[in-house]
Design a binder for this molecule. Sequence first.
Ligand code: ADP
Ligand code: MG
Length: 350
Amino acid sequence: MPSTDLITIDSQRLLIFVNPNSGPGIALKTFNTRIRSFLGEANISYDLIVTSHVGHCQKIVQDFKDLAKYTGLVAVSGDGLLYEIYNGLFAREDWDSICRIPVGAIPQGSGNGLARSLAHFKNEPYLYDPLVVSVLNVVKLKSHEMDLCLVNTTKFPKLISFLSVGWGLMADIDIESERLRMIGEARFTVGALARIMRLRTYKATVSYLPAVSGISDEEMSSLPPLDEPLPDQKWISVTGEFVCVYSSLIPFIGTDLFFAPKALLDDGIIWLMIVKAPASKLQVTQLLLSMEKGNHIQLPWVTFVPVTAFRLVPDVSVGPQSYLVIDGEKLDTQAMQAQIMPRKGRVFMR
Ligand code: ADP
Ligand code: MG
């Protein structure tokens, strides 16, 4: 992994967002009982904002005048608030410079893919106490470049994703298990069982641009608009029926979901999984179970490819529709495309 930068400005101040309704709903209590004392001991000053509603954090990040005065932005939450931070930054006029502001992940949600992945990169224990490693990643104030993804969908032409895009089985599990967020990350397991019992398939065309090593940022041209054909013969297209299409930029999409074992923060790759129909209930169970150790990528009926861009066009004229889930946020099924933005963001990682 390339070297990290040490930030050396004199007055360090973090802007910390706490989502009190994150996961089991104890984020604020955890902040007051544990995180606050870590910050005190590390001599970190900060401003604290407790979010009161969906979109609150995004709006603040978008409108905050001198946001650049902060050393970094930290979310005490699940991945949802990090998504709001990045999309708030993306909506700003100074996006091209402010995107470099380090972002920190202190896991309190029911989906904490980034915090889990950072612990994995540092080869640090996480499961016993996710907080210690994650808070240390923040208070050291060291940051590392992180790939981001530019996403457009039919209804949302400009989104930023730092984590995942899902459609089909795993997206449905994610959304249908939302009401179980009180039970924490176990909601995925419970949701998966329910979904496997009622397994569905969905029609679409999936196209992707396989990653070739050595491609420079400049060579990454932007994608044509969603309703126009894709440019050249390097693209691979599959039309048919699918169980699941899912992509991630980082290894873990949840605590026990080791989705992209080889992913790095700055590898310039979107790791794309395509599961075509038909797949039996047994196969789907095997897929989800083997994801705990990252062994799903070897299953012969699973396509798992490193790409730099992909497009998904669901056939909305037939059959049941899936959700489209971007970094855990739910959208109705719609066409989407994603393109890697190598090393565009930064994340606190010691
Ligand atoms: P989880 O991992 O449990 O989903 P997140 O922190 O990712 O937890 O948050 C989930 C959603 O909660 C985010 O989309 C965010 O917009 C929303 N949110 C933020 N603050 C609040 C609040 N005070 N009440 C309800 N929802 C909120
Ligand atoms: Mg990556």
